[in-house]
Design a protein around this ligand. Structure first.
Ligand SMILES: [Mn+2]
Length: 328
């Protein structure tokens, strides 16, 4: 097994200065953190006189396109001559289908607690967001006199941090996060507009997906768990895509007094993908049992089962065994 170097913020900044022809990679099913962080890196590379490109295995959701509009996506034929930098990606599987076409990864920047490094890396496990980790690197470049924090950089960094902290509401928001955000806000960014785009502004299909899930909330394990399931057929009947269900988990998690919320969706390939959230329990641990992962409070996994109901039963059973067995 190859040994990868753990870099300090300064070493990561130096690696970025040395990178020629960077291609910035976002994770599958891109969220606001990976896109905002990638946009920040694109901006940094531009300012350093490089000509960065970006790539992602999945299309960017419409609501996040505004973050990347000034930057160019790589064509496949450009991959080979590029240095690969990944952001917000804990394992190479999370790179998705394009992994096979990319040259070996030269640098990874991340914040996941659990992962399998696949390149020299700068990882701050438990940091609020990849955006905050990118900001640490930006701070080094600023100190080295190579970069200035201006409104445009602050805009995408703020978007990344705000996205993964649920608008600075979740427990991953530390005093340091807030101090960094204060620095970003001082540049004059319209943070209210960013938050509106990230959290309040939804497409009609996204709202339809949320409404569908809201009507199908089930309670289990003495009302400590709330969940909903969506089959491929139900999704098609609603004329919505997987990506439109991204925020549906927030509807389920808003049920009062619960410990854990989850949504299981059947993909086009007939796999059962679960998203879990909790304010109290370690759901990354639950997901790890099924070969998935994520964060303590927000994680996901794919459950092997013959039907979506069986997938839900398997997940409930494992949650029960892990957290509620004494009370049953
Ligand atoms: Mn993230």
């Amino acid at each position: 097994m190859a040994e990868y170097k753990k870099l300090s913020a300064r070493e990561c900044a130096e690696a970025i200065l040395k990178t020629e022809h960077p291609i910035v990679i976002m994770h599958v099913r891109p969220d606001g953190d990976t896109v905002g962080s990638a946009a920040s890196l694109m901006y940094i590379f531009h300012k350093l006189g490089k000509a960065p490109l970006w790539a992602c295995s999945d299309p960017l959701p419409e609501r996040l396109e505004f973050l990347m509009k000034d930057y160019r996506e790589a064509y496949r034929y450009e991959y080979d001559s590029s240095s690969v930098v990944t952001v917000d990606i804990p394992t190479k599987e999370q790179i998705g289908d394009i992994y096979d076409f990319l040259p070996s990864v030269s640098l990874m920047i991340d914040h996941h607690e659990v992962g399998v490094p696949f390149a020299d890396n700068f990882i701050i496990p438990g940091a609020s967001s990849a955006g905050e980790v990118v900001m640490l690197v930006a701070e080094e470049l600023i100190e080295m006199g190579k970069l200035k924090l201006d409104e445009k950089l602050a805009y995408s960094l703020y978007a990344a941090i705000s996205s993964d902290t649920g608008c600075l509401r979740y427990s991953n928001t530390t005093p340091d996060t807030l101090r960094r955000v204060a620095t970003l806000v001082e540049t004059g960014i319209d943070y209210a507009d960013i938050n509106h785009r990230l959290f309040n502004s939804k497409t009609p299909r996204q709202i339809r997906a949320e409404g569908f899930v809201a009507e199908r909330i089930n309670m289990a394990l003495s009302d400590k768990v709330a969940y909903a399931t969506v089959t491929k057929r139900e999704r098609e009947a609603l004329d919505v895509l997987m990506e439109h269900f991204e925020t549906a988990i927030d509807v389920v998690r808003s049920v009062e007094f619960i410990d854990i919320a989850f949504v299981i969706k059947e993909t086009d390939k007939g796999e059962y993908k679960a998203s879990l959230r909790s304010a109290e329990r370690d759901v990354a641990k639950i997901c790890a049992h099924f070969g998935g992962g994520g964060h303590v409070r927000a994680a996901g996994c794919t459950i092997f089962a013959r039907s979506i109901d069986e997938a839900a039963r398997k997940l409930l059973l494992h949650i029960e065994r892990t957290y509620y067995s004494e009370s049953v």
